[in-house]
Design a protein around this ligand. Structure first.
Ligand SMILES: Nc1ncnc2c1ncn2[C@@H]1O[C@H](COP(=O)(O)OP(=O)(O)OP(=O)(O)O)[C@@H](O)[C@H]1O
Length: 584
């Protein structure tokens, strides 16, 4: 249960509302408890009138009217305070849910790429939605019902004992059984709903993937197969839902059975005592009402226990992520402006999760104003070099310095701010083209956005859309071609006017003429900047000040285009191959 202590900071934050809620809860309960007393009194008056103990009808009527008004008054007050109680406690639980979700999301953003490789998206989503909802049940309903139950128990049971001790013992005897039964049932419900939830996640993931890959499914004509797979998953889900429904169906009948048992006890034992003249008839009526009032809180004891257990398990899962320290941390508070001189020295890098050594003894240097091009087969380590410069991973062997300082000695924010990175698979958000470009510089003016789009040679395409820069992309809007996406992604990087520009094979989907145009534009704006272009094409590399050729993580060639085309090796072979392809 200690996991739930994590929430104490939030209880402290909302202590005012919470204490108010607790007080209101107690007041609401006390008003609710007065009703049976007035009903009991009314019955006694009627009984006495029937017996002839009271003969003044006017007095009986006025007593009854007073009691009815009191019942009405206390019920209205109890309802009003119950409303306030829910407003206070349930609203606090919603605040806590909101804060916790924000805290988790903020933590997700702090965590490094490695964390995302080790944890599935579904799991990350579940902890921020499902688990937080379970924790909210503890922060709200569980607390509210516990306070209600305790107040009710103390007041009702003491009053019942005071009025008729023996009858009280009989009346409450079935209640612990109810509590235990509800607890057991809640645990069974929880287990089965976890399985239902897992099936739901599988169904959601399957559906989501099918829709994302709908073009492939249609092109390969595998709709039938996909349908069968879906139907199987849906069948599993249906069976698990039916299993759950079966235990859920037991809940209310079980409650009714045990309430019935308590009622029978009150009628039987109370009836006997009444006949022996030990209690009034009104007491039996009062007790019947009290027993019914107690049933729900007693059931709640079992329900709340299971709710707290589930919340503790959920909070434990949340805490695992909250306590996780990001692998990449900023340890420098002072600002460290970046000029852009990048040097790799005997650097080797192994991805810890796959144990793949992506870079082996790599050494090179690029100065501000220079363009470096990296060429190599797929999987040779090109993207890894860019990721290390952006400090998405930390170097363990060899050195990576920027402006002669170790990369870890730089302020991470300054470093990332001074890099314009265009990743291999251009990711655009479901937003307007303009906002996608502004992602690089939030405060950019319309003129700057257009300027960046022109540099990335995508302005004309955007103008061709009926809504221009306000065209929505993604699920809700149009889908850009691969080359258009790459160019919007380039515009997003250049609008930042960063000191270091990193392009990861981001011209692969544009034709060679547009590629040439973009490269010339980039050359123009990168006079004092450091530019690194990863590519499979000689056309992207040939004008670079320096070219390095990677093979299986090692630099196998380096020099300028003219130097490399004149020596036998990978570069010359690629050049000849691509030249002949162009001629064809
Ligand atoms: N995040 C990662 N986790 C584990 N291994 C990785 C990761 N990224 C890349 N690798 C592995 O590291 C090696 C180098 O990958 P990298 O992406 O740097 O190659 P690349 O030259 O950019 O390839 P491509 O031209 O296909 O983009 C590959 O064997 C790859 O499988």
């Amino acid at each position: 249960m200690k996991e739930l202590q994590y929430l104490n900071r939030y209880f402290y934050k909302y202590r005012g509302r919470l204490i108010f809620g607790l007080l209101i809860t107690i007041i609401a309960r006390i008003f609710a408890l007065l009703t049976p007393k007035f009903i009991g009194d009314s019955t006694d008056i009627v009984e006495k009138y029937i017996n002839g103990e009271l003969t003044d009808l006017a007095y009986v009527k006025s007593e009854l009217l007073t009691n009815i008004l009191l019942i009405l008054g206390t019920t209205i007050l109890a309802a009003f305070f119950t409303f306030l109680m829910r407003q206070a406690i349930i609203v606090v639980s919603r605040y806590i849910e909101f804060d916790l979700k924000n805290e988790i999301f903020k933590q997700y953003e702090r965590l490094s790429l490695g964390f995302y490789k080790n944890n599935r998206t579904g799991d990350l989503m579940n902890r921020i939605s499902e688990d937080v909802s379970k924790v909210r049940m503890y922060a709200g309903p569980a607390i509210m019902y516990s306070v209600t139950t305790v107040t009710l128990f103390i007041v009702v049971i003491s009053y019942m004992f005071y009025t008729a001790p023996v009858l009280t013992l009989y009346a409450i005897a079935p209640l612990p059984v109810l509590s235990i039964a509800v607890y057991r049932l809640s645990v069974a419900i929880h287990k089965r709903s976890t399985v239902v939830q897992q099936y739901l996640s599988k169904l959601t993931s399957f559906t989501q993937e099918s829709f994302s890959g709908i073009a492939v499914i249609k092109a390969y004509g595998i709709e039938g197969r996909t349908n069968i797979e879906f139907a199987e998953l849906a069948k599993g889900s249906k069976e698990k839902n039916i299993d759950l429904a079966k235990v859920q169906a037991l809940f209310f009948p079980l409650m009714m059975l045990l309430i019935g048992a308590s009622n029978l006890m009150v009628i039987y034992v109370g009836g006997n005592q009444f006949m022996e003249d030990k209690i009034d008839f009104g007491t039996i009526v009062e007790f019947l009402i009290y027993v019914n009032m107690l049933t729900w809180p007693v059931a709640v004891v079992g329900w709340v226990t299971s709710m707290i257990q589930q919340a503790a398990a959920s909070q434990k899962r949340i805490n695992e992520f909250l306590m996780e320290e990001p692998a990449i941390k900023n340890t420098v508070d002072k600002s460290t402006p970046i000029n852009g001189r990048i040097a790799f020295k005997d650097l080797s890098f192994t991805y810890t999760d796959t144990n793949i050594t992506a870079l082996k003894n790599v050494s090179f240097e690029v100065k501000p104003g220079e363009t470096l091009s990296i060429i190599g087969n797929t999987g040779s380590g090109k993207s890894t070099i860019l990721e290390l410069i952006g400090r998405l991973y930390d170097v363990e062997e060899g050195q990576l310095t920027i402006d002669d300082a170790k990369i870890t000695d730089l302020n991470l924010r300054d470093l990332r701010y001074s890099i314009g990175y265009v990743p291999q698979d251009a990711f655009l958000f479901s937003d307007t083209i303009s906002n996608n470009i502004k992602f690089g510089k939030e405060a950019a003016s319309e003129k700057e956005v257009i300027e960046a789009a022109k540099l990335a040679s995508v302005h004309k395409n955007i103008e061709g859309f009926s809504k221009g820069y306000d065209t929505i992309l993604g699920e809700r809007g149009i889908t850009l071609s691969g080359g258009q996406k790459q160019r919007v992604s380039i515009a997003r990087a250049v609008i930042k006017n960063p000191q270091i520009l990193l392009f990861d094979d981001c011209l692969s989907a544009v034709d060679t003429e547009t590629e040439e145009e973009i490269l010339q534009n980039l050359h123009r704006i990168s006079q004092n900047k450091t530019t690194i272009i990863v590519s499979h094409r000689i056309s992207s590399a040939k004008n670079a000040d320096k070219i390095i050729v990677l093979e299986e993580g090692k630099i196998i060639q380096q020099g300028t285009h003219n130097e490399l085309v004149n020596v036998d090796g990978y570069y010359k072979e690629l050049y000849i191959k691509q030249l002949s392809e162009k001629e064809i």
